[in-house]
Design a protein around this ligand. Structure first.
Ligand SMILES: Cc1ncc(COP(=O)(O)O)c(C=O)c1O
Length: 366
C-alpha cells in the first residue's frame, strides 16, 4: 500500500541520534522525578515551549500559561468540557477537522458549521448566532482546504470574540511547515483581550506516538484548565517531557524543523510535477504554500468516496474530501499527503493512481 494519508511526518529522517542522546541522559533519574509531577506540565518544558512560541509563532505568553497535554486532541476535549455546558453552541469549520467535531459533540455541544471562503472560515453568518460560546479555527492552514487566513479576517474574528461570549480555539497543528511567503504569526499573538486559546502539537513535527501537545490559555483560564486536566489523568509522562525539553534547549528541535521544512517542500514540488505529468485532465492539483497535504479535485460528478475505495483496492490510500464536510460538497476531491513518502514512492504512487483512475467508471455522485 502506498499511503497519501495527510499529516503524517517522515520518521525515517528523524534525528534519532539526538533524541537518543537526550533520552539516555534521563536514564538515572532523581527520585523526585518518579512521583506525580506538576499537573500543568514539567516546568523546564513549559519554558522551552513558551520561548519557541514567542520566537517562531509570535504567541504572547508566559510559561505558566502553557499547559502540557497528551496531544492536541486532549486539548480539544478539555476545551469542550471546560468552556461549554451541554446544549451550548459552537462554530466549527465546514469542511473541517473531524476530531474537534467529535470532542464538541461528546461535551453535548450543538455544532454550527461555518463555510470556508477564499480567506478561510467565513464570519458573515456568525452574527446570526450570538449565543455561540466557541469558534474553532485553523488560520495557519485551514484543514483540509489549506487556506491561510489573511490579516483582515483574523481581525474580524478577534472583534467577534471581544464582543461576544465566545472563545476562539486556534488549532495551529502544523504551522511549522510554511514553504512560501512570510510566515504569518498566530492569531493568538494579535489578541489584546485574552480571548484566544491556542493549541499546538508535537505529532506533526516529531511523531504522533510521542503524544505531547500544548495549549496556551488566557490567565483567567489557567486554573479551570489545570484542575480539569488533573481530574482527567493528572499529567503527561514526565520523562517524555524532560527529554523533549532537553531536545529543544539543545537546538535540535529548531534544526529538525528547518530540515523537515526543506525536505517537505521538495516532496510537494515533486508530487505536483508527477501529477502534472501523469494525472493531467483527471486530477486538478494546486500547490499549497504550507502544511502537509495538497488538495486534488476530481472531475465533476465523480464520487470521491467511491474513488477512494477504488484506489484502496489497488494499493493506494487517499482520503476522500467529503469525509471532512458536514454538508454535501459541490465537488469531490482527495487529500494527498506527501511528507512521509520519498520522491521515488511519490512517483510510484501517482503512477499507480493514474492507472487506477483511468479505469474508474463514475456512476452517480452521492
Ligand atoms: C487539524 C488537526 N488538529 C489536531 C490534530 C490532533 O493531533 P494530536 O492529538 O496528535 O496532537 C490533528 C491530527 O491529525 C489535526 O489534523
Amino acid at each position: 500500500m502506498i499511503s497519501f494519508r495527510p499529516g503524517v511526518p517522515d520518521v525515517d529522517v528523524f534525528l534519532f541520534n539526538a533524541w537518543h542522546q537526550a533520552a539516555r541522559r534521563w536514564d538515572r533519574l532523581p527520585k523526585t522525578m518518579l512521583g506525580y509531577g506538576n499537573f500543568s506540565g514539567y516546568a523546564p518544558f513549559r519554558e522551552q515551549i513558551a520561548i519557541y512560541l514567542k520566537d517562531a509563532r509570535g504567541v504572547r505568553c508566559e510559561p505558566d500559561q502553557v499547559l502540557i497535554v497528551n496531544g492536541s486532541q486532549q486539548a480539544l476535549d478539555l476545551s469542550a468540557r471546560v468552556l461549554l455546558d451541554p446544549g451550548d453552541s459552537a462554530f466549527v469549520e465546514d469542511p473541517g477537522y473531524l476530531g474537534v467535531k467529535g470532542a464538541l459533540l461528546g461535551a453535548g455541544a450543538k455544532l454550527i458549521p461555518l463555510p470556508i471562503d477564499d480567506q478561510g472560515v467565513a464570519i458573515a453568518k456568525a452574527s446570526a448566532h450570538p449565543e455561540s460560546k466557541l469558534a474553532y479555527v485553523t488560520p495557519s492552514f485551514q484543514y483540509p482546504l489549506g487556506i491561510t487566513m489573511p490579516l483582515p479576517r483574523r481581525l474580524e474574528w478577534l472583534a467577534w470574540a471581544q464582543s461576544s461570549p465566545g472563545w476562539i480555539l486556534e488549532d495551529d497543528y502544523d504551522s511549522q511547515y510554511r514553504y512560501a511567503g512570510a510566515p504569518l504569526p498566530a492569531l493568538q499573538g494579535l489578541d489584546r483581550h485574552e480571548r484566544v486559546i491556542y493549541l499546538g502539537t508535537f505529532s506533526k513535527v516529531m511523531f504522533p506516538a510521542l503524544r505531547l501537545g500544548y495549549m496556551v490559555v488566557p490567565r483567567d483560564l489557567i486554573k479551570p484548565f489545570s484542575q480539569a486536566r488533573a481530574l482527567t489523568d493528572h499529567h503527561s509522562p514526565t520523562i517524555q517531557q524532560g527529554v523533549m525539553a532537553q531536545f529543544m534547549a539543545e537546538g535540535h528541535f529548531a534544526r529538525h524543523i528547518r530540515r523537515m521544512r526543506a525536505l517537505y517542500k521538495r516532496r510537494q514540488a515533486h508530487l505536483l510535477t508527477c501529477c502534472d505529468r501523469l494525472l493531467k485532465g483527471i486530477l486538478k492539483v494546486r500547490a499549497a504554500e504550507a502544511g502537509m497535504h495538497v488538495m486534488a479535485w476530481l472531475p465533476n460528478g465523480w464520487d470521491d468516496r467511491a474513488v477512494s475505495t477504488h484506489l484502496a483496492r489497488r494499493g493506494i490510500e487517499a482520503l476522500a474530501y467529503s469525509h471532512f464536510t458536514l454538508r454535501r460538497p459541490k465537488r469531490g476531491g482527495l487529500l494527498l499527503g506527501y511528507p512521509a513518502l520519498s520522491e521515488h514512492r511519490i512517483e510510484a504512487g501517482i503512477r499507480r493512481m493514474a492507472e487506477a483512475l483511468r479505469g474508474f467508471r463514475p456512476v452517480q455522485a452521492r
